[in-house]
Design a protein around this ligand. Structure first.
Ligand code: UFG
Length: 338
């Protein structure tokens, strides 16, 4: 264990969540001292212990909600924060349609609260967790950072657009640099199998649904739509290993980028749902029970990004492929059963 109470810290909001926990590991590996904020609304306290085990480090943790500005002020008084990585947010597209205010409140008001508190503190960098959802259904593929924001019907998607717009305005007058990282589809888990995705209830996302079906926890995967205008008729996404995604956050802290930068984080390669299933079947050495059903409302036929700007600016690119993603997702799922 090392205790480094005097070191300047990275504040990681949502640090016990799926992406946040992987970012925490990569930060510590690169020598950063971190403080995690999480309200445990979509994460487990036990992840904190697993992070300490994995990194051999004491991690500062503050239980609280980003909507509580007094809580945030207290955190900034207790620690010397040099950089902020803001991941704490709601992320379920379907739920956001039914609970729009909840989404605007946490995602948008939460961000505004953090930015207000930052006005009274010195920070160097603010890294924001954005999404390729900001592009809506783009006219041309792959999407680049200059692809305009498109119509994104869900309140979730709108919150990501609003947050980026707010950050763009704030960056013009702030002392710190702002980076919005636009994630494509993060999947997989840490190769140690100590951390990974812990979906509450029935998973909405493809990969946890596949691994739960493989593990016998679900009867059958429903493939939403087999009649898209794609080579095999199923929808195409740019899946990225969560560890690759996490390492980009660390690089974003290192490099001077200017007031505001948005970067795509994907592999640049699209895979269809059937290709993902096939990759799973190969690593798990089993046939998956699935059937093709109607399209899911609101789904795009195809999206993948051009990640070359992230390489140019950060010297970052994804290293892991679809087989690695499925192998680590499956290993994690199998570990959960033990
Ligand atoms: N899919 C299935 N069956 C399932 C679940 C998903 O066929 O049980 C399909 C979807 O129709 C889609 C693909 O698998 O074609 C990927 O679906 P996910 O739900 O895993 O991911 P999405 O691309 O729908 O959503 C992700 C993030 C969102 C983000 C969005 C931006 O989860 O937070 O990308 O495009 F907004």
């Amino acid at each position: 264990m090392h205790y480094s109470g005097n070191m300047k810290k990275v504040l990681l909001t949502g640090g016990l969540g799926y992406i946040g926990s992987h970012v925490a590991v990569e930060l510590i590996k690169q020598g950063h001292d971190i403080v995690i904020i999480d309200d445990l609304s979509n994460s487990e306290y036990t992840v904190l212990g697993r992070l300490s085990e994995l990194t051999g480090t004491e991690i500062y943790f503050e239980l609280g909600d980003v909507r509580d500005i007094d809580f945030l002020k207290g955190v900034f008084q207790r620690y010397e924060i040099e950089n902020v990585i803001h991941l704490a947010a709601k992320k379920a597209v379907g739920e956001s349609v039914n609970k729009p205010l909840h989404y605007y409140d946490i995602n948008v008001s939460g961000l505004i609260n953090l930015l207000k508190v930052l006005e009274d503190h010195q920070a160097k960098k603010f890294v924001f967790s954005s999404s390729c959802t900001v592009y809506g259904q783009p006219e041309f593929l792959p999407v680049t950072e200059s692809t305009p924001f498109g119509d994104t019907p869900s309140p979730y998607g709108k919150t990501k657009q609003m947050c980026e717009q707010i950050l763009g305005s704030v960056a013009k007058v702030a002392r710190y640099e702002v980076v919005s990282l636009r994630y494509f589809n993060p999947v997989g888990a840490h190769h140690s199998s100590k951390i990974g995705e812990l979906p509450k209830g029935v998973p909405n996302n493809l990969v946890p649904f596949i691994t739960q079906t493989g593990a016998g926890l679900r009867d059958q995967l429903k493939v939403f739509g087999g009649d898209y205008d794609t080579p095999d008729g199923t929808a195409i996404r740019d899946y990225i290993h969560v560890v690759d995604l996490a390492s980009a956050h660390v690089k974003a802290l290192k490099v001077d980028l200017g007031p505001y930068t948005a970067l795509n984080l994907g592999t640049g390669r699209g895979y269809s749902v059937l290709e993902v299933i096939k990759a799973f079947e190969e690593v798990a050495d089993m046939k998956l029970n699935y059937s093709i059903v109607d399209r899911r409302v609101g789904d795009l036929p195809e999206i993948y990004g051009d990640p070359s700007m992230a390489y140019k600016k950060l010297r970052w690119k994804a290293e892991l492929g679809l087989t690695d993603m499925m192998r680590d997702a499956w290993k994690w799922q199998q570990g959960l059963a033990k």
